[in-house]
Design a protein around this ligand. Structure first.
Ligand SMILES: [Zn+2]
Length: 81
C-alpha cells in the first residue's frame, strides 16, 4: 500500500506527517483537563467526577444526588493527592 503510493509520487497531506501528529498531540496535552472528584459533605463518599480546567484554583461545589444519603447534598471538590 505504501509502496503503491510512493510509486505514484502522491503528495502527502501535511497533517499526516509524523511531525504534525506530534505537534497536535502536544497541543492536546496543553488543553488537557484535570479530573476533579466530588465528595458528599454528609457521608464523605466520592460520588461524582468532573473535568476541571487546569489552573482553576477555586474549589468546585455542586448540589448532587447522593446514593448513600438518598437525597441531594452538597458535593465539594477533593484535592488531588
Ligand atoms: Zn452522602
Amino acid at each position: 500500500m505504501v509502496e503503491h503510493l510512493l510509486g505514484k509520487k502522491k503528495a502527502v497531506s501535511p497533517i499526516l506527517t509524523p511531525g504534525s501528529i506530534i505537534k497536535i498531540t502536544k497541543l492536546m496535552a496543553k488543553k488537557k483537563k484535570v479530573l476533579a472528584r466530588l465528595q458528599c459533605q454528609e457521608c464523605k463518599k466520592t460520588n461524582y467526577f468532573t473535568n476541571k480546567s487546569r489552573g482553576v484554583e477555586e474549589k468546585l461545589e455542586f448540589k448532587k444526588f447522593c446514593k448513600s444519603c438518598k437525597k441531594h447534598t452538597l458535593h465539594k471538590e477533593l484535592k488531588k493527592k
